[in-house]
Design a protein around this ligand. Structure first.
Ligand SMILES: [Fe+2]
Ligand SMILES: [Fe+2]
Length: 191
């Protein structure tokens, strides 16, 4: 992984330590798969990787509650935008990219507010949301979300298989779709 991404992660980590307990695992998994998707789909990793690393830093500064609470969602994006900007400035990231990435952070969960269009218009945001969703099918993400959503394994698989994400925000690349299917199969096998 590029040194600059490791530097960003180092500065972001203390925020995640103050945020949701699962988020260190969440981001570490996501960095790895985001790089893989970037390579395969020839995406601009200089935007995708910082977005992935920084997207949920805002949970450090909002009350600890169910992350599905809408006010909390809005608040973590707003707080995250500012923290992301601060961190990227600290590592001297290109100015126009700081603007773009902190904007992405400020809207990354807008689907929860009913906006699905932004993900179709922008391949970086689309790939990001594909990965963020796919986290729920991974070895560590699956049990973490079972707990938050209060579902057993079988219910969790049904929830993922029939999730409205799949029709409202279809996977934007073949690679992210295949990743999701691969992880889901693995979870089914472990039933
Ligand atoms: Fe988020
Ligand atoms: Fe996330």
């Amino acid at each position: 992984m590029k040194k600059i991404y490791q530097q960003i992660w180092k500065l972001a980590k203390p925020y995640y330590q103050k945020g949701r307990p699962m988020d260190i695992d969440h981001i570490e998994w996501m960095m790895k798969d985001a790089l893989l998707v970037s390579e395969k789909e020839r995406l601009d990793d200089t935007l995708l990787l910082p977005l992935v690393i920084l997207h949920d830093v805002g949970y450090a500064e909002v009350p600890k509650d169910n992350p599905y609470n809408l006010d909390l969602r809005k608040a973590h994006m707003k707080a995250g935008k500012k923290i992301a900007k601060d961190i990227l400035e600290k590592v001297d990231y290109p100015k126009e990219k700081i603007e773009q990435i902190s904007y992405y952070v400020s809207v990354h969960d807008n689907w929860a507010l009913g906006d699905n269009k932004i993900y179709k218009k922008d391949i970086i945001l689309g790939t990001f949301t594909d990965l963020d969703f796919t986290w729920m099918t991974t070895k560590k993400g699956f049990p973490a979300l079972m707990k938050i959503l209060k579902k057993n394994k079988k219910e969790m698989i049904e929830y993922l298989k029939n999730n409205e994400k799949l029709s409202l925000r279809p996977f934007v690349t073949k690679t992210t779709e295949e990743l999701f299917q691969k992880y889901l199969q693995a979870r089914k096998k472990a039933l």
